[in-house]
Ligand binder design. Sequence first.
Ligand code: SF4
Length: 449
Amino acid sequence: MALKGLDIFKLSPKKNCKECGSPTCMAFSMKVAQGAVSVDACPYFSEDAKAQLNEATAPPMKTVKVGAGENEMSLGGETVLFRHEKTFVSKTRYAVSLCSCMDDAEIDAKLAAIPKVDYERIGERMFVEMIYVNYDAASGKDKYLELVKKAAALGRVLILGCDDADVAKEAVELVKDTKPVLNGANASNYEAMNAVATGAGVVLGVQGKDINELYDTVAALEKLGNKNLLIDAGSNSIKDAFATAVQFRKAAIKDGDRTCGYPSIVRACCLAKGNAHLQAALASLFTMKYGSIVVLEQLGYAEALPLYGLRQNLFTDPQKPMKVEPGIYPLNGADENSICVTTVDFALTYFVVSGELERSGVPLNLIINDAGGLSVLTSWAAGKFSAGTIAKFFAEQDIEGKIKSRKLVIPGKVAVLKGELEAKLPGWEIIIAPNEAVQLVKFMKDLTA
Ligand code: SF4
């Protein structure tokens, strides 16, 4: 909850010495409350006062980090309930579930399927980021530990689903350097599980037979000093899991209840009970409401394409244009003699156009202009994609020094630029492309036939 200037003033040293750059402690406190200056700018705030301020001004939901190296990812840290209020900051991560109750053939088939989903959409890599490895006591410890090793070999972040602290300790020990999640603390084992998780420095997932028990167990773990936690929405029923995910998030964001302010894990695979269509619907639901990790039975292209598209729409910052780096992109083995095609740096335009141009198989240099991340017609209307800006960009990038071809294809929607461009880029032949990207394959083939 935001602190008022007066609350901060009560904790201030009240020396009015001006060393912080403010004329009085009151003025300084007002600036701190507005977020214009850090409390550290005053050398006289006591450590105790700073600790109180940090606690009071901390975000309502913790950001938890899992994974190591290039696999490190943040979960949580959200400040709003709805996407239209402000940007969501930590996208939902998807895991595929394995269990030591499965036979070897089933495990191998699932492990082999995981790397198959791996593609890029608008500059974002879409792939299975996590693997949930569930412990089945009846199958024994050794089989579980072997499964953990096998899953770890795939190089994804592991979630170790295990509520036996002794087995969990051995499993965590095998992969602790990769910073997995240990999921399985509950009302009866939380002290032992806490010792395992804190000893290895990994995030601990907390479960409860109902929402009240879950809350009490989280509170008990906080009392033990552990705030590196995940809330498991549970597998009793879809209704309970949804209520847990929503109520914990609401209590954290709206009521400032920090005990509820942790990222969540939703085991959609358990809730769907083998129904693949229901699982797909649940994955979408909990991407929106409020799964930080969603665990699925399988994630092939049929599930991934709509799900990752939904995630990208939800977790993209609408205030930042989606743009790619302006410059020259040689495609299909192009060299300095290859024809040039130009368009804007709006990411969607780039990926659609470059995809079609690649499909044409024609070697070409795709020149991406700095158009402020706007689409062709919008940037043209805003004066950011005109004959003048294109000619200026060509000069800044020394296109004529880098490319010998003097043929330039421009988007069909700005055909009106042809005459002025010919005047500003003397020696260049300006060619007008079709209006739609889908027509580019035939157009480029005909043009260079
Ligand atoms: S440096 Fe600290 S004590 Fe001095 S005026 Fe600023 S807030 Fe007050």
